[in-house]
Ligand binder design. Sequence first.
Ligand code: FES
Ligand code: FE2
Length: 428
Amino acid sequence: MLTKEQNELVTRTNAGTPMGELFRRYWLPALLSEEVAENDGPPVRLKLLGERLICFRDSEGRLGVIDEFCAHRGVSLWFGRNEESGLRCPYHGWKFDVNGRCVEVPSEPEGSRFCEKVRLKAYTLVERGGVVWIYMGPPEFQPPLPEWEFATVPAAQSFMSKRLQECNWLQALEGGIDSSHVSFLHSGGLKSDPLFKGAKGNEYNLADLRPRFEVAETEGGLFIGARRNAEPGQLYWRITPWIMPCFTMVPPRGDHPVHGHFWVPIDDENCWAWSFDYHPTRALTEQEVQAMRDGAGIHCKYVAGTYIPLANKSNDYLMDRARQKTGELYSGVESIAIQDSSLQESMGPIQDRTKEMLTTTDRGIMQARRRLMAAATALAEKGIEPPGRDANAQRVRSAAIVLPEVASFIEAAADALRAEPGKPHSTV
Ligand code: FES
Ligand SMILES: [Fe+2]
């Protein structure tokens, strides 16, 4: 349970809030590269941490992200003409380059230097692993480039999607580190989903509905271990890394690709659920990629031409009471991603954490909140830079591993939890 003040602190991310300033110290996934693939292609709206921005690729292939609204009289530059190395407002023709500099005010007299005084807010972008990453913080605190394993393996080994989720980022993140719901909410998917089924670990998952949780602190975040009974004398561990502020990874299943998420605030009541899948040692097969495109695993089907899930709040997530009754779908909602989003959105735009009742399976959630609040407060009050911003913190993996009953999970799985190029992942 949190107090009202703590809940506000940890959920609000607009500029000037402690958590908003914390988020502005990291590279965050902003767009898929496919959204801005073309030189002089259509500009794309981007709302993050409550700020409305516009992203475009200019005639030279340079990417830029600038304030959505024209410096002249506030027209949305989504209507802009992306031409000749800049984005031109269609109202009176002012033109801006990828750095937000105004390069032309065509109505001004010849020789006027008026436009030199005009500048729109702009942020730094970098492309890596099929993702356009944004840094929205003070330039002097820009961290090294993102080093997550999915973004650094060869492109053929990795797949990324995103979907809109209509709730605060934190309740989405909390779903990502709450391994105990898998044996219930996703129990159908373990048997049928092409990207999950067939793993030995699934049997342990379904046989033991009372996982016990242990949480280990690391410099960049947490490793959350959920253990279930395996063969006599042994335990099946599913270990989920959480790295500050919003990266989580799901423990793998068999030889399936391994997946995870970023939970990125759009504003306080909406977030992007970024969902990646990669295999550390081989290319994804055609069937796997097709399944991901078709919305299997942690991905989803979309309303055509958008990143809005086809099954969403406005259609009750296509609830199927008949399949809920038979148990084929535990909650009656199809697809792992939508099973999660439907329940998390049902908590309301920002969950009221003053009313919750946490239990031992929520230990990872409690500790992550504590870390987030401590880091946001330390940054706001003492200017202490938050953890999780460098390669050392980011080169982590999830693991699904059977260990002797007596072993400490964090010691016995230390090597499995470290990402190294070409090293097979630990999975059952
Ligand atoms: S409002 Fe954009 S040029 Fe006038
Ligand atoms: Fe889930």
